[in-house]
Unconditional design. Structure first.
Length: 95
């Protein structure tokens, strides 16, 4: 269905505290749309693991409990403005 636009409305929560959101598929891309001042939560089996909070920070549920990638599944490159923590290898990139 390339070129077709499908909109699915979803409701997160219940009662008077419900928050409306949408899943939109367009041109083979899935968009997740949420209202302002809401979090987008990633969970598995009813347990939250990470979220985009109301300030659009991507954070784990608990500090120092999650990793990005694995020993065998690495991200090819990570670009950031500021790095905090320990690194075994780092290269400064100048723009």
């Amino acid at each position: 269905m390339t070129g077709a636009l499908t909109v699915r409305n979803i409701t997160i929560g219940g009662g008077t505290g419900s928050v409306a959101g949408r899943l939109i598929e367009s041109n083979d891309t899935l968009y997740i749309n949420r209202k302002a001042n809401t979090s987008l939560i990633f969970e598995q089996g009813g347990t939250e693991h990470a979220r985009f909070d109301v300030n659009n920070n991507f954070v784990p549920k608990s500090g120092a409990t999650a990793t990005i990638g694995t020993a065998s599944l690495l991200w090819p490159a990570v670009y950031a403005t500021t790095f905090h923590g320990n690194a075994t290898s780092a290269t400064k990139v100048n723009n």
